[in-house]
Design a protein around this ligand. Sequence first.
Ligand code: RB5
Length: 144
Amino acid sequence: MRIGIASDHGGFRLKSDLLGMLRDRAGLEIEDLGTHSEASTDYPDYAHRLATLILQGELDRGILVCGTGIGMSIAANRHAGIRCVVCSDTYTAKLSREHNDTNILALGERVVGKGLAWDIVTAWLDAATDMDARHARRREKIEI
Ligand code: RB5
C-alpha cells in the first residue's frame, strides 16, 4: 500500500514520530510530503497536495497531521473523491474505513499523544471497507 504523509508546522513532531513507525511496518511504501521543519506553513497546501496525489492514483491513502487535524480534514474533504476523517479514537478510525471507506486520516498533534496516534493509525490501516450493499449505496450518495 502506498501511503503519503504530510503535516504543517503544528503537526511536524507527530508526523516525524509516525514516519519512523510507518517505515518499520511491513507492506507499506511511505512518501513524506513535508513539511520538514517547525517553521510556520499553511496546512491547506499539504492537504491539497496529498488529496491530488491520491486522486491521480499516485498514492493509495494518506495521513495528515496539523495541530488539531481539523484544518487538514476540511481542506482535504473539499476534493470530490476524498473521504477524510479526523480521529482521536480507534473506534472511529476503524468504522471510518469499514462504513465510509476513508482514504485520508487526519490527526491533531495537540490532541493525541504519540502512542494513541499510532494505535489510531494501525486501526485505520488494518480495517477493510465493508462491501455490503447498504454501505456501498451510502458511499455512492456522498458524491454530489
Ligand atoms: C496552526 O497554528 C494550526 O491552526 C493548524 O495546525 C491546525 O490546527 C488547523 O486546523
